[in-house]
Design a protein around this ligand. Structure first.
Ligand SMILES: [Zn+2]
Length: 346
């Protein structure tokens, strides 16, 4: 264990204070944050035009069926349909996922041209939170690393994380498919990979840190990218993953009303068990798993019969604290650090 780990990483109060510093519902307030980042204006159903009115589902020629992308089991009973997408829970591993996803060509086009989310990411209140979140993750991962500082950030967006890492002497490469984000990264002088990892000729063990900030939930086949990540991550390296947590208190309360469910984009909804299983299958050992970001304001609003995202309800229960939420892994995002396992690759 390094000096840094002996510091804030191992001090529960210091660590909670840092988490709370990028928890927008605590810092800015839920309604204000959602308005100031433009979330209230965002088009949430870009594929509503594909919904077949006779079934309420996306037209069959626009989708393809898939089994559980973690364990391969056939879909279990449906949980709900939202925006034309059926969400199911895997009976074997607990993953919640969209069983009929948009065709690959539609998805690729969408991700190349997607703008609504890019605008939110560029808003100042979002950047203020993201910088603190990225700093937390980078410090946490650094506590497990020594030696070369070679970073690959997958799904780098506008490059805010990469730029932060470069300031801390990381040699950083971005991977991104969105055309505007790629242009933005190139303007910042960041090296960008603009194709799937399996089509690159990156040498084995090339990176000591690979980060996937809210990426895995979007992927049709998360195993494919993790296979490549395992190959190009150094044996002493660290993989950092953040994904929405389907076991979070806010999602357990809101069910399909939660903004986390948008079946064109969020294809996989992990909980601690299904994410652990996926990483173990793909040859990683978990170093640590925790939750961050409570969405406590959203919870209060819902429990106060107000709009969950735009309401201003008073605090419902003072005993429902960030500490309590995170102790139970009920925060809205899972943050995982993993390392290559000593076992052979899958
Ligand atoms: Zn499964």
């Amino acid at each position: 264990m390094t000096d840094m780990q002996a510091g804030w990483v191992c001090d529960p109060q210091l660590r909670l204070d840092r988490k709370n510093s990028f928890d927008a519902s605590l810092v800015v307030g839920t309604a204000r944050f959602n308005r100031d980042t433009g979330r209230d204006q965002m088009v949430r159903q870009p594929f509503a035009k594909y919904i077949d009115p006779s079934t309420g589902l996306i037209q069959l020629d626009k989708v393809r069926a898939r089994n559980c992308p973690v364990c391969g089991s056939p879909p279990g009973p449906g949980l709900f349909v939202k925006d034309g997408f059926r969400h199911v829970r895997c009976p074997a591993c607990g993953l919640v996922y969209v069983s009929l996803i948009l065709r690959e060509d539609i998805l690729i086009q969408y991700w190349r041209e997607e703008m609504a989310w890019r605008i939110i990411l560029k808003s100042q209140p979002q950047l203020d939170m993201d910088i603190l979140k990225f700093g937390y993750g980078l410090d946490l991962a650094s506590a497990y690393l020594k030696g070369p500082k070679d970073l690959l950030d997958i799904g780098a967006g506008n490059g805010d994380f990469v730029l932060m890492a470069q300031e801390q002497d990381w040699s950083a490469v971005a991977m991104e498919l969105n055309l505007e984000s790629v242009a933005s990264l190139e303007r910042s002088g960041i090296r960008v990979i603009v194709k799937p990892l399996e089509l690159t000729d990156i040498e084995p063990g090339a990176f000591s840190l690979i980060t996937m900030w809210e990426v895995l939930e979007h992927l049709t086949e998360p195993k494919n990218i993790l296979f490549e990540v395992r190959r190009i991550l150094n044996e002493d390296g660290v993989l950092l993953i953040m994904v929405p947590n389907v076991n979070s208190l806010v999602t357990r309360l809101l069910h399909e009303r939660s903004d986390t469910f948008g079946g064109h984009s969020h294809l996989n909804h992990f909980n601690p068990q299904s994410l652990t299983r996926l990483l173990e299958i793909m040859g990683f050992d978990i170093l640590e798993m925790e939750t961050v970001i409570t969405e406590l304001g959203t919870i209060n609003n819902y429990l106060g019969f107000e709009d969950p995202y735009l309401g201003e309800a008073p605090v419902f229960c003072r005993e429902l604290t960030p500490e309590f939420i995170h102790q139970n892994l009920w925060g809205s995002r899972l943050l995982v650090l993993a390392k290559p396992s000593a076992k052979a690759m899958p």
